[in-house]
Design a protein around this ligand. Structure first.
Ligand SMILES: [Zn+2]
Length: 66
């Protein structure tokens, strides 16, 4: 199940203060529906440094680093 937040956020570990150690899963890019409505994308991620897990909506244009 995907968490739905009002404000899309760039994935970030607030415990470590960096996104450097994040491992991304289930990346779902934003989708433009035939109606013209933009379906917000989302991603789940785990911080490999501290083990923190999170998942939420992402800003349009964000994608996991290669
Ligand atoms: Zn962390």
């Amino acid at each position: 199940m995907k968490a739905e937040l009002a404000n899309p956020l760039v994935p970030f570990c607030y415990l470590c203060g960096t996104a450097r150690f994040l491992m991304y899963e289930n990346f779902a890019p934003p989708q433009l529906l035939p109606s013209g409505h933009l379906l917000t994308g989302g991603v789940n991620y785990t911080c490999m440094q501290c083990g923190q897990f999170s998942g939420h909506n992402i800003p349009a244009g964000w994608r996991p680093p290669e």
